[in-house]
Design a protein around this ligand. Structure first.
Ligand code: HEM
Length: 146
């Protein structure tokens, strides 16, 4: 994957402007509410009974932050996202058995939350860069599936 200077700068800019904890919490909650079948992987998280329970579940909040920290690693290793996520891909496929279609759903949830946080500065050009970044992440996470 090739990154232009604008794309590199925009990715760093997005990550510098967002609060990982809040964005991660909101994005994972949104994913679990909008695409309820994604809840099945989080049986150990306890009560995910409805939207309020999901948003109020501290394990969801903690895991949202974990996901964003994973994304930060990708943002800091743009030239080797695949290599950066090899272990994470193995974990999601061989241990967690997460259907890789779900990666895109979480990526879309992240996009919506980032858009709401950045407001007017989330221009179409910025969205295009975030979309490309998340598409590369989704592809890297799916790499170890066969
Ligand atoms: C665990 C990242 C998508 C389900 C993790 C971990 C990270 C991570 C960093 C912790 C790994 C560790 O403890 O070593 C990501 C990223 C995603 C993504 C960056 C996409 C943007 C998904 C999706 C699902 C999922 C879509 C399910 C629908 C899980 C589960 C765990 C996990 C069940 C283990 C949680 C636990 O028991 O603590 N993920 N993930 N992940 N992920 Fe993902």
């Amino acid at each position: 994957v090739e990154w232009t200077d604008f794309e590199r700068a925009t990715i760093q800019d997005i990550f510098s402007k967002i609060d990982y904890k809040s964005v991660g919490h909101q994005a994972l909650s949104r994913c679990l509410v909008v695409y309820p079948w994604t809840q099945r992987y989080f049986a150990s998280f306890g009560n995910l009974y409805n939207a309020a329970a999901i948003v109020g579940n501290p394990k969801v909040a903690a895991h949202g932050l974990t996901v964003m920290q994973g994304l930060e690693k990708a943002a800091k290793n743009l030239d080797n996202i695949k290599g950066t996520f090899t272990e994470l891909s193995v974990l999601h496929s061989e241990q967690l058995h997460v259907d890789p279609d779900n990666f895109k759903l979480l990526a879309d949830s992240i996009t919506i939350v980032v858009a709401s946080v950045l407001g007017a500065s989330f221009t179409a050009e910025v969205q295009a860069v975030l979309h490309k970044f998340l598409a590369v992440v989704v592809s890297a996470l799916g790499k170890q599936y066969y």
